[in-house]
Design a protein around this ligand. Structure first.
Ligand SMILES: *Cc1c(COP(=O)(O)O)cnc(C)c1O
Length: 362
């Protein structure tokens, strides 16, 4: 028997009892009831994205978040097009690796992991590379917890006639994003982050007229975004291959709970309150936050090791024994660890965590 603990990680995360209970049954697939659930959550996602339903569609893809990103990169960009990628962490880097795997022309705009991608830099790169056709960036770079200013950058890039791709994996559902107003053509997120479901699929919110032009571009069968869209549109929500039925039911419940909480705005408020409480409390205990407060997301926070001989593993084990699981760091320049506050995590949990850390450090 595993000891129970609260996940203070960026997903998979701690889900509600009802979300877990929604999986306690072996559901059938293919039939009308199941397809109705798929169609219904696709509509809910469009509401969360604040888009016009005539112009946009939501397409789920089996697998973790990376599969959704890889679906967009591998099946919507042709070999005579060119992708600019804003990179300030591991997830931006991952898109560059995907472009390499598929032989897609790409230019990498690499920024220090502690700094945001800026409109100024993007403009400079676009001016230097007039043949760029697509632009991809990460909203919340979970590597550090930095929030990149998509609202400054994406509308401008779109006005230049470039197709825009946003990895909003760890922010969608937890930070309000107006996809339509910001002219985001592809937005990717997954079931197990701010919507607070369990892992098993990702989804892409995409402008229909753009998706329609990508027919036949896929380099794989299973990650063909247009293929999945076509099947769902022509067969009332049928997934092309076995869908994660339990995960879908849990997701459906999680969307209901997001609505009951008061929607994305209310959830954003809860996350922000928890993050601020966490950062302040940790600084009082002698831990420094890596990212400048101006760019810090409400999702996950990186803390610099408090002393050179700080032993993360001992710290991690102590916290786990007391019911909290935190996350190692992921950047090279400075040794850090991370604490997430998304999921069924409330301000009282952060208060308790801070008191446990205080005891450990004394
Ligand atoms: C979680 C995450 C992903 C996807 O990672 P998976 O491990 O495949 O779920 C992609 N981008 C960002 C920014 C993420 O936080």
């Amino acid at each position: 028997m595993v000891e129970e603990y609260l996940l203070l990680t960026p997903g998979p995360l701690t889900t509600s009892k009802q979300v877990k209970e929604a999986m306690n049954f072996d559901y059938c697939t293919w039939d009308d009831d199941y397809k109705r659930i798929t169609q219904s959550f696709r509509q809910s996602l469009l509401n969360l994205a604040q888009v016009n339903k005539e112009e946009y569609t939501a397409v789920p893809i089996q697998g973790s978040g990376t599969y959704g990103v890889e679906s967009v990169i591998s099946s919507t960009i042709s070999s005579n097009e060119k992708l600019l990628i804003g990179i300030n962490g591991a997830y931006g880097q991952r898109i560059s690796e995907m472009a390499d795997v598929y032989g897609i022309n790409h230019v990498d705009l690499v920024v220090d992991e502690r700094e945001p991608i800026t409109l100024e830099l993007v403009t400079e790169y676009l001016d230097k590379n007039p043949d760029i056709t697509h632009f991809a960036m990460i909203h919340c770079e979970t590597t550090t917890g930095i929030l990149n200013p998509i609202e400054d950058i994406i509308p401008y890039v779109s006005r230049r006639g470039i197709i825009t791709i946003v990895d909003a994996m760890s922010s969608f559902g937890g930070i309000p994003i107006n996809v339509q107003e910001n002219q985001i053509d592809y937005l990717i997120s997954s079931s197990n982050k701010c919507i607070q479901g369990v892992p098993g699929f990702s989804f892409v919110i995409v402008k229909k007229d753009i998706l329609e032009t990508t027919k036949g571009l896929a380099r794989t069968l299973s990650l063909d975004l247009y293929g999945q869209y076509y099947e769902m549109e022509h067969n009332d929500g049928k997934w092309r291959f076995t869908s994660p039925t339990h995960v879908v039911h849990a997701f459906y419940e999680a969307l209901k709970e997001l609505d009951e909480e008061g929607g994305v705005k209310a959830r954003h408020q809860r996350y922000s309150n928890s993050q601020k409480h966490l950062a302040k409390g940790m600084e009082e205990l002698g831990f420094k936050v890596l990212i400048n407060e101006k760019y810090q997301s409400p999702i996950i926070t990186s803390f610099i090791y408090p002393e050179e001989d700080f032993d993360f593993n001992i710290f991690y084990q102590e916290l786990k024994k007391q019911g909290f699981v935190i996350y190692p760091g992921k950047i090279s320049q400075v040794p850090t660890f991370r604490i997430g506050n998304i999921g069924e995590v409330y301000i009282e949990d952060i208060t308790k965590l801070l008191s446990v850390i205080k005891d450990i450090r004394e």
